[in-house]
Design a protein around this ligand. Structure first.
Ligand code: M6R
Length: 363
């Protein structure tokens, strides 16, 4: 049931503090990360010379954030690919490759075909799913569960954040076993992960500006999402969320690519959402934001307390502080809420957007 909420989507958005806390809890034992029988041994991990992250839609978007964690913490190269591409691309994989397949439902046809192909080629497969005994779960070498609880709305929300947290914890487990991370850094990241549910709660209590911005953008035909680095991964998900439930054409761009074409589309009043959280490139992102502001863009900036984007943006949504690596988990929440409230403002059936199915079991 919707438990008093108007729609499943908003109920599921609000469940994220609990869902994330559960996904953390069930991957821990005596204060440390422990995947139990689904853990890879040190020797197995040492045998992987690359990882492929393969999925569809929002699960793919979680995968591109997770890929960052494997490269950054475990120093293993990761190739991300969309399942419907991977399966026909004759991927260069063998017994030294690990294929990670995130899928909320565990039933997506392209992801399942990708898993079968990977197994045929002798690669190791690990499925990250929310549904126990789903097809992907049954056929994988190993499975990790999200513990998000049933996700009913077509637009995936709590699966995304729990997938990212799960992938980060797995990357930390790999890093510790490989010795590619210091003990201090490992502990610090783990503590920051444990603090995420409370921070998500804080964001969920701060929705007034999001509602106002939803009213301002609802009649636009198109809008843009800008970010760099991990913020680019984050806006890819934000733009998907908005387009599927509000029918506004929303596109995510790596902010540095703007001047290579996209900026031609910015006019007086064009809505632009920007995520600006990554300290190593924050100055660059801000200068890209200034470029669109000078062409009249209506900016909703999702940022950190240190950015001072409120001085130049129409709206500045300031996130609770965390480490750079974890901002995607926080930054997506206002983007999910924006999609939800924009859909509502347009009178769309947000839980069942046109042409879409919850689980895509055909090619
Ligand atoms: O069940 P899966 O995670 O494999 O589904 C993948 C996509 O079909 C799914 O994430 C889709 O993109 C959602 N509607 C996004 O909100």
């Amino acid at each position: 049931t919707k438990e008093g909420y108007d729609h499943f989507m908003i109920k599921e958005i609000n469940e994220q503090p609990r869902a994330i806390a559960d996904t953390i809890k069930y991957k821990m034992h005596e204060g440390d990360i422990d995947f139990g029988e689904n853990a890879f041994t040190k020797e197995e991990i040492e045998g992987f010379n690359k990882i492929y992250m393969v999925a569809c839609g929002t699960a793919y978007n979680a995968g591109i954030v997770g890929a960052y964690a494997f490269e950054k913490f475990a120093k293993i190269p990761v190739i991300t690919d969309i399942a419907s591409e991977f399966r026909y691309n004759d991927p260069f994989i063998d017994k030294n490759s690990l294929i990670i397949l995130p899928s909320q439902s565990g039933e997506t046809a392209d992801t399942l075909a990708a898993l079968r192909l990977a197994r045929e080629k002798g690669a190791k497969t690990l499925v990250l799913t929310n549904v126990v005994a789903s097809s992907l779960d049954r056929e994988a070498d190993k499975t990790i569960y999200c513990y998000a609880g049933p996700e009913i709305a077509v637009a995936s929300t709590k699966a995304y954040t729990t997938q990212i947290i799960s992938l980060y914890m797995l990357a930390l487990d790999f890093a510790k076993k490989l010795g590619t991370i210091s003990e201090d850094e490992y502990k610090n990241i783990l503590e920051e992960i444990k603090a995420i549910p409370e921070k998500v709660k804080e964001i969920l209590n701060n929705i007034e500006d999001i509602k106002k911005y939803a009213q301002e953008i609802k009649d636009f035909e198109s809008m843009f999402y800008l970010g760099r680095g991990l913020d680019y991964s984050s806006v890819i998900e934000g733009a998907l969320k908005l387009k599927e439930v509000s029918y506004i054409h929303s596109e995510a761009f790596a902010a540095g690519e703007l001047k290579h074409g996209t900026i031609a589309l910015i006019e007086e009043g064009t809505p632009v959402v920007t995520v600006a959280t990554q300290s190593n490139i924050i100055e660059k992102t801000i200068s890209n934001v200034k470029e669109v502001i000078s062409r009249g863009a209506n900016i909703f900036a999702i940022c950190t307390p240190d950015d001072h984007l409120e001085e130049i943006s129409n709206y500045a949504y300031i996130l609770p502080k965390t480490i750079d690596a974890l901002y995607p988990v926080l930054a997506v929440i206002p983007q999910q809420l924006l999609a939800y409230y924009t859909s509502n403002a347009k009178g769309i059936d947000v839980d069942k957007p046109r042409n879409l199915a919850k689980s895509v079991t055909v090619e």
